[in-house]
Design a protein around this ligand. Structure first.
Ligand code: ATP
Length: 622
């Protein structure tokens, strides 16, 4: 029984409307079925609250002269077998039934939502243990558990409803967990992490929002089930006979069904109407949610390559060709020294995807990280940000930012935990990040303004009004024509170029010292690419930020970078100033990449002086 009661409603949690909860509720209220059900439910609840005003009778006052009195006399709906007023008992009984359903619902939600959120978001041992508990609870025969509880705890109906709530909680847990799993790897969740939001805030704002509508649907179904179950138990004689309830009215009416069949009608009708309204509301809400134009979500980065991939460890490349420019100094902003990143392989061992990468970035300097697809550029960038996909780990080397160690040289678990805290503190404040796909990195359920303001309030401690002022100024600075309109817009209401400008505004909002831009122009239209690069360059110069620009495009490198590190199969094969690299590429791989960039594949001797390179060279992709 518990299994069927706890079974989650079948709805894709990611199909929550992109326009946010306000728009969702507006659509619900426009749906006649949902509105009708809400009105009926409202009336039932209201009549239970103001019961004493609607009936002058005490629900427990027995009048021997009124036993089984017919309706429309002194008692509007008649009297029961003990001479008690039926209308008064209906109104007061509503309180008992609704409070009982509320208790079951609150217990189910209070257990199911937090455990589902934590299990889905963090996974690991907690997920395993909570799944095990959920399966155990679902396998229990609910009615037998409740009857056993009666024999142990007595017939108190409210405590039984609390136990019933526990039995319902696996349904809530599973629904929440599956909702979280469907979004936890979304890029906008990473973007929220990068912008410095804590896990608790991300869960509350970006993850819980996704499961809110399915939970309301599931909750309305569960409330109906709880009302029916409570009435069923009371019909069987469980509960306090001195408290009026719909189930007890059924019990009383059943005894006198041949003498006064109408007495059976009233509680049956009110239970039917209430449970029916809850079911209709749930169904209408589901129609609204499923019929909405939810934006298809793009795949997240963690799916880029499963660890089970039968790739063998990367081949050993030549020693990197580096000049003195590749040597870090003691006051370098970022120093990556001998970085190694690995993923565990299913059969044991590990796949090394970044192997001994060393680089550094100075304040006010742009370092281009170039190489073909799969060469390890993003893995290097994610290691610095502490955002490697699941399974990925820094297995060697060290990353230091402004003197603070972010990864490597572990002295055990406590050391590692401290480093994780350090990088979480730096992300979004001193280290900014601009992602590759602007749209996937914005939460479709919140306005752009909200997504800009929230990190500023947390990191800079600004008031709402000041954060908004700063956000509008930033939107203006990144070239948005109508900042106020864009501030109030949802991601799907702006173009890809505008979304990227918004993300750039967000990345520099807290004045970071280091900016990591992962192919920031790849997903954009060629005409917009040059503008976004111009914007990046001017912001970088204005704020003297160190920048790592991940790209596979030498046009972008020529346009904006001071130095370049060329990556191949997880290693840096050549590192030089942009000018020298274009002038005289030394590694055959660099020569081949440059050759592929130019239509005629001629070696580039002295052709490209960095800032003379046309921005439109973006068109010729490597
Ligand atoms: N989750 C993962 N599990 C296992 N291997 C992965 C995972 N993500 C990436 N890799 C591997 O890491 C290597 C480097 O990937 P990375 O994403 O850094 O390449 P890239 O140079 O940034 O390429 P692109 O330009 O296509 O983004 C690739 O061989 C890739 O298959």
């Amino acid at each position: 029984m518990t299994e069927s009661l706890s079974a989650p409603v079948t709805i894709d949690p990611t199909s929550v409307p992109a326009k946010g909860r306000d728009a969702l509720w507006r659509r619900v209220l426009k749906n006649p079925m949902a509105l009708g059900a809400l009105i009926v439910l409202g009336l039932v609840i209201l009549s239970a609250i103001i019961g004493p005003l609607l009936s002058p009778w005490d629900p427990n006052r027995a009048d021997v002269e009124a036993v089984l009195a017919p309706p429309f006399g002194e008692h509007l709906l008649g009297a029961d077998g003990s001479g008690r007023d039926v209308l008064a008992r209906l109104l007061y009984g509503g309180r008992t039934s609704l409070v009982g359903a509320a208790i079951a619902l609150v217990v189910a939600l209070a257990i199911g939502i937090p455990t589902g959120l934590v299990a889905g978001y963090y996974q690991g041992w907690f997920d395993t243990v909570s799944n095990w508990f959920a399966n155990l609870l679902m396998a229990m025969p609910g009615l037998i558990v409740l009857l056993a509880a009666i024999s142990v705890m007595g017939p108190g109906i409210m405590s039984l409803m609390a136990i019933f709530g526990v039995l319902l909680s696996p349904g809530v847990y599973r629904l929440t967990r599956s909702g979280v799993l469907s979004v936890r790897n979304e890029l906008y969740i990473d973007a929220a992490r990068v912008s410095g939001l804590t896990d608790a805030r991300i869960l509350a704002r970006h993850v819980l929002g996704v499961v809110r509508a399915p939970l309301v649907i599931q909750g309305s179904m569960m409330a109906g089930i709880a009302i029916v179950l409570q009435a069923g138990l009371e019909f069987l004689g469980v509960g306090d006979s001195r408290t009026a309830s719909w189930g007890q009215m059924l019990n009383d009416a059943f005894i006198n069904i041949y003498v006064s069949p109408l007495a059976f009608l009233w509680p049956g009708l009110i239970i039917g109407v209430t449970v029916g309204s809850l079911a209709v509301f749930g169904a209408a809400l589901r129609d609204v949610v499923q019929g909405s134009e939810a934006k298809p979500r793009r795949r997240s980065r963690s799916a880029s390559a499963p660890a089970s991939e039968s790739t063998t460890a990367i081949t050993v490349a030549d020693d990197p060709l580096t000049d003195a420019v590749a040597t870090a100094s003691s006051d370098s902003l970022l120093v990556v020294d001998g970085l190694r990143v690995g993923y565990p392989l299913p059969g044991g061992g590990e796949k090394i995807v970044v192997d001994g990468v060393s680089l550094h970035v100075e304040r006010g300097e742009v370092l281009g990280l170039v190489g073909e697809s799969g060469s390890g550029k993003s893995q290097t960038a994610f290691s610095i940000l502490g955002l490697l996909p699941e399974g990925g780990e820094v297995v060697g080397g060290r990353i230091t930012f402004a003197g603070e160690t972010l990864a490597g040289a572990d002295g055990g678990g406590r050391d590692r935990a401290r480093r994780i805290r350090t990088i979480e503190k730096l992300r979004g404040s001193r280290i900014g990040y601009i992602p590759q796909e602007p749209m996937s990195n914005l939460d479709p359920t919140f306005t752009l303004g909200f997504q800009l303001v929230e990190p500023m309030r947390r990191i800079l401690g600004l008031s709402k009004a000041d954060a908004k002022k700063r956000a509008l100024a930033l939107l203006d600075r990144v070239g948005i024509v109508d900042p106020a309109r864009t501030f109030d817009a949802y991601p799907h209401e702006v173009s890809g170029g505008m979304a990227q400008r918004v993300l750039i505004a967000g990345a520099v909002a807290c004045d970071p010292e280091l900016l990591i831009a992962d192919e920031p122009t790849t997903a954009l239209d060629v005409t917009v690419q040059a503008e976004v690069l111009d914007l990046l360059r001017s912001l970088q110069q204005e704020r003297r930020m160190g920048v790592i620009l991940v790209t596979h495009n030498f046009g972008v490198v020529a346009d904006i970078c001071d130095r370049v590190a060329v990556m191949q199969t997880g290693r840096i094969v050549e590192q030089n100033t942009a000018e020298r690299l274009f002038d005289a590429p030394r590694h055959p791989y660099t020569q081949a990449l440059l050759g592929a960039t130019l239509e005629d594949a001629e070696p580039r001797s002295g052709l490209v002086a960095r800032h003379d390179a046309p921005a439109t060279s973006e068109r010729t992709e490597a």
